[in-house]
Design a protein around this ligand. Sequence first.
Ligand SMILES: [Zn+2]
Length: 196
Amino acid sequence: MKKADVGVGNRFMFNVGCAHCHHTNMEPSIKCEKCGHILPFYTMNPFVIFKTLPALKLNTVQVDDLYFDFQRQLHPDKLGDVPDEERRWADQHISQINQSYKALKKPILIAKAAILYCKDPSLPLDKFKDDDLPAPGAEFLKAVMALQMDASAETVQQMYNDILDRLNVAISELNEPAILNEASELTYVERLRTLK
Ligand SMILES: [Zn+2]
């Protein structure tokens, strides 16, 4: 994917000023595109950090490559002779990157990151509030209760897989209400899975 695709039709504008050369960076990045110094820390959505559109099944090679690239660039030993301020920003960038990288391995956190992305790609994962998840429908709750009483691990797994299939479609369509519904159901079934 080209870098320019990340903003989804340029609906969102990034605008980060470099403290070193005062250049305005319009692309989400950790280093100034003009002088290469580390940019002041700012929050980003996990999908923006990893330069991909939201998806449940991510290109893990691309994500891993970028992750190790970030580690190389931001590692304290690799920064060289930079002001303390830049070291602090590097530290903040790396902790946001680490948190996002871990999140992109878990379906429920991918769903939450996608919901935030639909609102504003500058929102980091910790801005998600579980209170925003809708209560599941009565029929779904009935099914979950039945499974709690009497169900094999396979039946629960089947329900889990069905939710992931629907979540996959909802995320690829950036359908925020549908992602919210599936994320809500997923939290219930994940709890069931740990019981089976
Ligand atoms: Zn600069």
